[in-house]
Design a protein around this ligand. Structure first.
Ligand SMILES: [Fe+2]
Length: 222
């Protein structure tokens, strides 16, 4: 159970910086272990659609999956708590599952409008060591995450520049989950990334709609 005082601290930090790291104790160890074990199956077997331009650099591969079953369930699961923390009616847009390997880095970037409110969590790694994500905050400071596995970091993906330095160990697996404010008339068009719900497999039709929304509502190409 999270008390009101803790929620207020997180909300204040999020409003001030545009990013806030939540403690790994948010998750029961058995739940975290279940997610970690499931992630190994996703990394090994799932061959979903990778989407968008990659900002991942480095000589080694990284394996990414748009809307994996694990990502989508986590996206649904975390929506009520994230909504409560920031005081918004968050609607899921999409999830991304990625396993990075040694030397991969993440170029400084901002994300597309479907990432109005984002979160990232490291769910498995070859070493129990944090691979920090860094943010250029609203206060013009650089902040870096301090905790490792199962410390969720919430951030405004579309607004706040974020990056990672090269990974120094063998692999690190992450979930990225993205939401929009369902009460925001501009962003509500991006609910479920233009699918009818989470778990719906993206189609040519949803992709066309997504491109149309980017062009006509946001005036940018996807
Ligand atoms: Fe990003």
């Amino acid at each position: 159970m999270i008390d009101q005082k803790e929620l207020s601290i997180w909300r204040e930090a999020f409003e001030k910086y545009g990013a806030c790291e939540l403690p790994p104790t948010l998750f029961e160890p058995t739940f975290a272990d279940y997610i970690r074990q499931t992630s190994k199956a996703v990394t090994k077997h799932y061959t979903g659609l990778e989407k968008g331009n990659s900002v991942v650099k480095g000589d080694n591969f990284s394996k990414g999956t748009y809307n994996s079953f694990l990502g989508e369930s986590f996206l649904q699961f975390f929506a009520p708590l994230y909504s409560k923390i920031i005081g918004k009616n968050l609607i899921p847009t999409y999830s991304f599952f990625r396993t990075y390997t040694k030397s991969n880095s993440l170029s400084p970037h901002k994300d597309r409008p479907s990432c109005q409110y984002s979160a990232t969590v490291q769910i498995d790694a070859s070493e129990n060591t944090v691979w920090p994500i860094k943010f250029w905050t609203k206060t013009r400071d650089i902040i870096t995450t301090l905790n490792g596995l199962f410390s969720i970091t919430i951030y405004k993906g579309e607004e706040i520049l974020h990056w990672r330095e090269p990974l120094e160990y063998d692999y690190s697996t992450h979930l990225f989950i993205h939401y929009i404010d369902g009460d925001d008339p501009k962003y509500k068009h991006l609910a479920y990334d233009c699918r009818s719900s989470c778990f719906e497999i993206p189609s040519d039709k949803s992709e066309l709609k997504l491109n149309k929304v980017h062009k006509e509502i946001f005036g940018i190409p996807k």
